[in-house]
Design a protein. Structure first.
Lengths: 240, 238
């Protein structure tokens, strides 16, 4: 059984198609990169998988069970990092610890997990700072920490390193790879940065105007794409 | 005596009252504070949860409900006083409670005034929060109580504004508490009703002095609330 399966997922806004019958599946522990130009439906796809939006048609199955769009039992196993994270008006520590408290954790468990997470994302020195005073890169690391701290089975990331400096990009990419490798977290990262996709992913999906043009192993995707539009995108010839 | 001389004498009298520890004035001042602060707290206890619920829940007629609450924010105190009077008078539906001409009746009347102010400002504060914040909470699987706690904390600035506005409306109104309190010396006489009484009696200097005390109290309470508000704002922007 596949870990996550999208079956003919379609979504439109005001008559404009955001996703057109997107179908693919990934296995437990995969690291998938969804690439494509702006407006190709990447964020919509992530929001549907996270249950924040409901597909007009088709379905998403997580471990064989349908995701409906309303809060569903599997949501607690999913972590989502938005492109521009919204942090809460409290300390860095609380911003991350809230995720554990939302799940009923307390005391020693929180302390233990927080120590590990603050160290992993190099946030120890910032733990007492108000999260609203952080730089973009620090804020994104906090957002990643609060989605990882409860050890999700599936981690979704929407352009997590857009506009970040190389230092923060390297920390985030390293943490993603470690979580995938050491914890077995299945990761789907949306990016329009083809080089990042190449560095990170084992599988790649290419979306164009809501259509899944190509899906496959990273090596095959980058070295011998089947669709000429994929080749054009990889070569940077696609104007968008 | 001209108007200006009366104001100057009022200031002098205010200073005398403040430093002499006049028991009668002290009692009137404490009653005003007790009534208005209790009414504001009760208005917040009902207004914040209802405002939060209206803002968060999608239901048929939400715009109408919000418009009604916004309209009630401008309730004339004298109308509130009249309605509460009719309910609490011996022939009214709540006459058996024997609350008319008591401080409790004054609190009820002022609570009816503060409640829509707090509720209305809470609605707009919650509605003005970023939709991304709500997405984030949903994505993190925040239970309802935690969601409420976080969203209310994020709207702290607006909620303090609501409490400042409600307390200001309560401490300065005279129509409602005059009708349901009766201005009884030593029992239901508040600063505003006393000012009216002394003005009618021609004791302008005492009325001015009480007015200055009223302003000082309002200023002190608002200074504290504004401090909380500013602290919240500075944290957000530094």
């Amino acid at each position: 059984m596949s870990f996550l399966e999208c079956r003919a997922v379609s979504k439109s806004y005001d008559g404009k198609h955001a996703l057109k019958g997107v179908t693919f599946e990934i296995k437990d522990g995969d690291l998938l990169s969804v690439v494509g130009p702006s407006g190709s439906g990447k964020t919509t796809l992530l929001r549907i998988i996270d249950g924040l939006e409901k597909a007009d048609s088709g379905e998403v199955l997580l471990k064989g069970k349908t995701i409906f769009g309303e809060p569903f039992p599997h949501r607690k196993m999913i972590g989502m990092v938005f492109q521009n994270p919204v942090l809460f008006n409290t300390t860095v520590f609380n911003n991350i610890a809230y995720s554990l408290k939302f799940r009923g954790e307390e005391g020693e468990t929180i302390k233990k997990r927080m120590d590990g997470m603050l160290r992993l994302l190099r946030l120890h020195d910032l733990r007492g700072r108000n999260a609203l005073t952080l730089s973009g890169g620090e804020a994104q690391r906090v957002a990643l920490a609060r989605s990882l701290v409860y050890d999700p089975d599936l981690l979704l990331l929407d352009e997590p390193t857009a506009n970040l400096d190389p230092y923060n990009v390297s920390i985030i990419e390293e943490v993603l790879q470690r979580s995938n490798r050491e914890r077995g977290t299945t990761v789907i990262v949306v990016t329009h940065n083809i080089f990042q996709a190449k560095r990170l992913a084992r599988k790649v999906a290419f979306l164009l105007e809501g259509e899944l043009v190509e899906f496959g192993d990273s090596t095959a995707f980058f070295e011998s794409p089947r669709d000429p539009r994929t080749l054009s995108f990889i070569r940077g010839e696609m104007v968008y | 005596m001209g108007g200006f001389e009366i104001i100057v004498e009022g200031f002098t009298r205010a200073l005398q009252i403040l430093f002499s520890g006049d028991q009668e004035i002290l009692g009137i001042t404490l009653l005003s504070l007790r009534v208005s602060l209790t009414a504001t707290l009760l208005g917040a206890a009902f207004g914040i949860p209802l405002g939060f619920w209206v803002a968060r829940k999608d239901f048929h007629g939400k715009s109408v409900v919000t418009a009604v609450i916004n309209t009630l924010m401008g309730l004339p105190p004298v109308v509130v006083g009249l309605v509460v009077y009719l309910f609490l008078s011996s022939s009214g539906p709540l006459g058996f409670l024997r609350l008319l001409y008591t401080p409790e009746a004054m609190i009820i009347a002022q609570m009816i005034l503060t409640f829509p102010i707090i509720c209305g400002i809470t609605i707009s504060s919650i509605l003005s929060l970023s939709p991304k914040l709500k997405d984030t909470l949903a994505s993190l699987s925040a239970p309802h109580l935690w969601e409420a706690r976080v969203l209310l904390n994020e709207s702290k600035l607006g909620l303090i504004t609501a409490i400042i506005a409600a307390f200001g409306a309560a401490i300065s109104e005279v129509g409602a508490i005059m009708m349901v309190g009766g201005n009884l010396l030593g029992y239901t006489r508040a600063l505003t009703t006393a000012i009216m009484l002394y003005t009618n009696m021609g004791e302008f200097a005492t009325a001015i002095a009480l007015g200055i005390i009223l302003l000082l109290i309002a200023f002190s309470v608002n200074l504290f609330l504004t401090y909380l508000q500013m602290r919240s704002r500075v944290r957000r922007t530094t």
